[in-house]
Design a protein around this ligand. Sequence first.
Ligand code: SF4
Length: 390
Amino acid sequence: MKELSIYIHTPFCKSKCNYCSFYSIPLSKLKPAGNSADFEQYAGLLIKETEIMSEKYSLEGSHINSIYLGGGTPSIMPVNFFDNLMDYIRKSFKIAEDAEITAEINPESGDLEKLYALKSLGVNRLSIGAQSFDDGALKTAGRIHNKNDIYNAANNAKKAGFKNISLDLIIGLPGQTEDIFYNDARAILDIEPAHISAYMLSIEKGTKFYKIYDEKNGAGFTPEENIAEYYEILCGLLAEKSYIRYEISNFSKAGYESRHNINYWNRGEYLGIGPSASSFLKFEDGKEIRKTNASDLDKYADNISKKTGDNKNGRGFIEILTEKDKINEEIFLTLRTASGINAKRLSELAGQEVIDKFIKEGLMQNFKENIILTLKGALLSSEIFARIMI
Ligand code: SF4
């Protein structure tokens, strides 16, 4: 029986954040603006796509260890939005009794009614998009919540009985001073979530930040060396409070590592549904494919109705992974994690000389039978992966 994770993309947001490169549609752009008929239709498309994918790739009956409701902003959907889809998933697959079922919520939409509804749907983990506790930084980032909304959402999550709560933090939002950074770190530690994702801001093409950064030549943005310094300080502060850094940007109390993400880094199989979502599937003959849906709601809907779901003109695509692709993925995904990659295996794949060089530069180190990135290596991970990949 296949072991599978499921990712469900909800592409709607109240507005677009200035750093965001995910596929999402501000509600104001829906015509007519975000009415329930749009959502009903979208829920139907998600079920249809699950059905098409199950049939095409014989996924029915697969064993599901994790489900992730991501976005976009799943928490702005009507309370019953996911009911039929989850019923369908329960009927078509075998969900493990202890499966991790996560929903992303934004602080301003983390009200108790919504959280109870998610709980009764089977959600047992919440990921709250806090990003910062500084109202000025949040405004600059284009977020529509303030720090009080974060406290309210976290309190509501606890009240609704969620133990497994994750908070997202961005290090290096424009204007982040040392005081703001320490204030963010203190606030997150006060809430004491089971899991923290702390991402260093990266300016992605197509975002509002990208445009401003370019026009102003980076003026007003936090310098890279400060971001690196804050990251290192945060790692230390979290370690003091018994958070384990189990991946470059992810920290958790023991036993609260995200199973869904671990499956990605282990190159486990997953089914991704919704526009812009990717699926990764393996076959008995060794073939591996990654299928990525169109990042466009209309094209996605059109693909589903025609049962094509692939290829050409921005309609999504399917890649068949080569042996080289597989090796490169294995290297850069496993090296992201705290347990790293088996030393012998990395030596076979990349050559001992390269590893020795990285160790000498203080970017890698031996850890039991494995090779892991040092903290300095984690900060320079993109450059290391570019140098090491075959
Ligand atoms: S709420 Fe999340 S998905 Fe939506 S625009 Fe902001 S960062 Fe992107």
